[in-house]
Design a protein around this ligand. Structure first.
Ligand code: PMP
Ligand code: GLN
Length: 393
């Protein structure tokens, strides 16, 4: 066989997922894993019990490719209850293997060679790879910290980045890893550009319920002129502490769902039969469940923020998500976040994610000094991590 790498040219330059690498490092060093964003505690007992009952009751074969009818109904009810968005569960909702598959399906099902996609960096790691696989081009707009510490984009830079080849804007709010929850004004800027240039918008809202300090999550599909051009994507992983179940969904007008489904059926076709009814029940939990989920995480955020501040890591208060982004320059003059994350397990028994890898390689320097800590962990885990950080400081 030819000795050259068999990897498709479309994926040359992409490395292995940072999340796998850092979780392996946490395991091999026995460190507390504040890298990969997954809770170390379970979701609501009734949701877990339904999955067990479903397996025992024989719901173990392929579900319909579009997803089980009751889950589609539950997603539709959830979108209406929380966001006032009306989707027809028979034609406008597609169940996927996590938000990851919904994103891949939408990108690969819609994009053509040479299309340009606006993304906001730092960005979730699968976006750039899927855009490249589709033969399209990522056009990153950098979110930069302002005086307030909040990460924001420059509206003029966004306007200037639109060309005749721009096809799509891929948005993620609440935003991983910066924790920014896009404001109505920011969404309005994005919406007006999308409408003016007739662009499709993919809105990744997996952290829709993880918003703090009375901030409000606003789905961009609710803005005037946006419903018809937006694919709203989410999943049950973050809302029900079931990241390993990989039950996600896409909501959009039928033509956008059909295009997404055409690609999605080639990946897994369908999956997660026993988990679909469980997530349907989760989506029907009372408002108080979702409020308590965010309040608990906010508390954990505050505890970890304090420890990071005390050890000189200059954290920025996230408005939502699982993550605190911190600046290592207070502790490392060279500002090398990758080296910092390699050394931290040995020094403090903590694993974090270097944010540099979540930037386009052309402007990795924008995030060179930033690292991400996940606080979706047991109170005792956060307390132990805080102690270890203070001892290291
Ligand atoms: N989008 C963002 C912004 C994420 O942080 C993640 C990771 N959890 C996903 C999508 C993937 O979601 P899922 O696990 O449902 O595939
Ligand atoms: N979304 C999670 C994170 O950002 C994990 C993603 C993954 O493991 N692929 O940490």
């Amino acid at each position: 066989m030819n000795a050259a790498s068999p990897l498709t040219s479309r994926l040359q330059g992409f490395g292995a997922s940072i999340f796998a690498e850092m979780t392996a490092l946490a395991v091999s060093t026995g460190s507390i894993n504040l890298g990969q964003g997954f809770p170390d505690y379970d979701g609501p007992a009734e949701v877990l019990q339904i999955a067990r009952d479903q397996i025992a009751g024989g719901n173990n074969q392929y579900p319909p490719g579009i997803g089980m009818a009751d889950l589609r109904l539950a997603v539709s009810g959830h979108q209406d209850r929380f966001w006032g968005l009306t989707y027809d569960p028979t034609t406008e909702i597609l169940i996927t293997m996590g938000a990851t598959e919904a994103l891949a399906g939408a990108l690969l099902g819609i994009l053509n060679d040479g299309d340009e996609v606006i993304v906001f960096e730092p960005l979730f790691d699968t976006y750039a790879g899927c855009i490249a696989l589709a033969g399209a081009i990522s056009v990153p707009i950098t979110l930069r910290p302002q005086e307030s510490g909040r990460y924001e984009f420059d509206a003029d830079e966004l306007r200037r980045s639109i060309t005749s080849r721009t096809r799509m804007i891929l948005l993620n709010s609440p935003h991983n890893p910066t924790g920014s929850v896009f404001t109505f004004e920011e969404l309005q800027t994005i919406a007006s550009i999308a409408i003016e240039h007739d662009l499709i918008v993919i809105s990744d809202e997996v952290y829709e319920h993880l918003v703090f300090d009375n901030k409000k999550h606003i789905p961009i599909a609710t803005l005037p002129g946006m419903f018809e051009r937006t694919i709203t994507i989410s999943s049950g992983g973050k809302s029900f502490n079931t990241t390993g179940w990989k039950i996600g969904w896409a909501c959009a007008p039928a033509p956008l769902i059909n295009a997404t489904r055409m690609a999605k059926q080639l990946f897994t076709f369908a999956g997660g039969s026993p988990f679909q009814p469980a997530i349907a029940a989760g989506l029907r939990l009372p408002d108080s469940y979702f409020t308590a989920l965010a309040a608990d995480l906010q508390n954990k955020r505050d505890v970890l923020m304090l420890a990071l501040e005390e050890c000189g890591l200059r954290p920025i208060t996230p408005e939502g998500t699982y993550f605190i982004t911190a600046d290592v320059r207070g502790r490392r003059a060279d500002g090398d976040g990758v080296a910092f994350c390699r050394e931290l397990p040995g020094q403090a028994g903590i694993v974090a994610i270097p944010a540099a890898v979540l930037y386009d390689p052309r402007h990795e320097s924008e995030g060179r000094h930033l690292v991400r800590f996940a606080f979706c962990k047991e109170r005792s885990t956060i307390a132990r991590a805080s102690e270890q950080l203070r001892a290291w400081a």
